[in-house]
Ligand binder design. Structure first.
Ligand code: FES
Length: 500
């Protein structure tokens, strides 16, 4: 069943905005970053208005694996090489503080969100990555991280070595955040759902315009929409890329041995558990790829994950499945802070590299401090306008050419014919000189759209697993009939009438 386990939680709903307003801080994006920012600001007596395009928590936050850890894959050795000891220590410390914050809030409000301390474990079966795990272990030593390199993990999955980081955590994100949403309302914060922000007018104050032509005037605005819906010439389009990943949930005949696991080989596999309706449900994630780019035809990430699970996890039953999207910056550190010098009161938080549970906490605290003119030790580390020559420049060039290639070659023709199209599949073809996408649904009804992305005009590609048109440039996604699923685009794909 394509549904996330986290959205089985009953989350309060809110009306859409139907008037213009004035406030202190406008927050766009009802995921964990926007909600925690609204909570911290409102707790400090600041008036906040939180706007969400769809339903709260139905974006990346509702589709995460919800590991609350400072072990972000292989990262610390690389950060030490490129950013030095002091910055790497800051990165680690900020993540540890984020875990502590979630723990403290859980205890303070007695939230039944399964917050549970678990070790985080990286493992590999390759000789090349064996060396990388050893180097990562040395980096942990340098940073005084409590960890161990071990030969065994408690699964029959092929592996040669593993690196455990002790006392990390996991939780149920929507059970946690539904309480935080209540706290925002108690603090006087205003929340509106089904309200799309489309533009910003920046003078001394910031005026945000919604799709229904209402304005929200405020001193500061936080754009917590993953890819910023407003770029203000800050060129985020060229400084990060979108990546999708997939999760299957299952019950197993084995008892879950504890721990949160991540393979550092390709394709990556992530494993943790959650209690759901009195059962221990295992979450098996992986099959990441750049959004809109597929290694092979008929790629089916769910099928590939299922075959891995069947082989190694003694599956009793398959349960929910879901996918998610995140953005990865050029140097792997999130962008958190002012959009750019021209827009000091417009703040962004993005590029969490799939580690959003802790990075969102870092972002909420940092943005709250910036708005309240308080010092924050991590301001420079996460500052979005940083340009570190090494390794940024090389990656900038190669990434940029990748996006440019998508823009150019994505437009080149595909000469398929729709006649032989099987139900629940799609093709692209030329129609009246333009490339269109045609999907045939399970009732043999055909849905045709112009596959030109409504953000900046790249060519969307078909995602068979999700039945969506995905843009490889900045990650906008549209359903088979062109309805927008996620931005930065704010408009649907144009429908095409094949009779004309
Ligand atoms: Fe930017 Fe499609 S998301 S062009």
């Amino acid at each position: 069943m394509t549904q996330t386990i986290w959205l089985t939680t009953n989350i309060k709903s809110f009306d859409s905005l139907n008037e213009s307003l004035e406030t202190d801080v406008t927050i766009v994006g009802g995921g964990i970053t926007g909600i925690l920012s609204a909570y911290l600001l409102s707790k400090n007596g600041i008036r906040v208005v939180l706007l969400e395009r769809g339903r709260l928590l139905h974006g990346t936050t509702g589709h995460t694996t919800a590991k609350v850890t400072a072990q972000h894959g292989l990262i610390y050795n690389e950060l030490l090489e490129h950013f030095g000891l002091e910055n790497t220590q800051k990165y680690y410390k900020s993540q540890v503080e984020a875990i502590q914050f979630i723990k403290e809030i859980t205890e303070q409000y007695q939230i039944a969100c399964q917050f549970d301390q678990q070790d985080a474990i990286l493992y590999t079966n390759s000789d090349q990555n064996y060396k990388k795990l050893e180097d990562e272990a040395k980096a942990y030593q340098q940073l005084n991280i409590s960890a161990d390199l071990v030969k065994e993990i408690p699964f029959e999955i092929p592996h040669k070595v593993a690196l455990s980081m002790y006392q990390q955590a996991q939780f149920h994100p929507t059970e946690f955040l539904k309480v935080i949403i209540d706290k925002i309302v108690e603090n006087g914060g205003k929340i509106y759902e089904n309200t799309t922000a489309v533009d910003i007018d920046y003078q001394n104050k910031v005026t945000l315009r919604t799709a229904r032509d209402h304005n929200v005037l405020s001193d500061n605005i936080i754009v917590a929409t993953q890819f910023p819906f407003y770029e203000g010439q800050a060129f985020y389009s060229t400084r990060m890329y979108p990546s999708r990943s997939y999760v299957l949930s299952l019950t197993s005949n084995q008892e879950y041995p504890g721990g949160m696991y991540l393979d550092v080989d390709q394709p990556k596999r992530s494993i943790r558990y959650v209690k759901h309706k009195n059962e221990t449900v295992w979450l098996l994630g992986g099959e990441s790829h750049k959004t809109g780019q597929y290694q092979k035809e008929n790629t089916n990430p769910y099928r590939d994950l299922q075959s891995f699970g069947s082989q190694y996890l003694d599956v009793k039953d398959w349960y929910y499945q879901w996918s998610t999207q995140d953005y990865i910056t050029l140097d792997k550190i999130p962008y958190i802070g002012s959009l750019n010098k021209r827009h000091p009161n417009v703040y962004v938080a993005t590029g969490f590299r799939k580690w959003g549970m802790t990075n969102s906490v870092v972002a909420a605290h940092l943005l709250t401090d910036l708005i309240m003119n308080r010092d924050n030790p991590y301001k420079d580390l996460y500052q979005p306008q940083r340009f570190h020559a090494d390794p940024d420049v090389k990656k900038f060039i190669s990434f940029n050419s990748n996006v440019t290639k998508e823009f150019v070659t994505g437009k080149l023709g595909l000469n398929n014919e729709p006649d032989q199209l099987d139900p629940e599949t799609a093709i692209k073809k030329k129609h009246n000189g333009q490339i269109i996408g045609i999907y045939k649904d399970e009732h043999n009804q055909v849905h045709s759209v112009d596959t030109t992305c409504t953000h900046l005009g790249c060519e969307c590609n078909w995602n068979q697993a999700e039945k969506s048109w995905d843009c490889p440039c900045h990650g906008s996604r549209f359903s088979y009939d062109g309805t927008i699923i996620e931005g930065p685009a704010t408009k649907h794909l144009k429908k095409i009438d094949l009779e004309n």
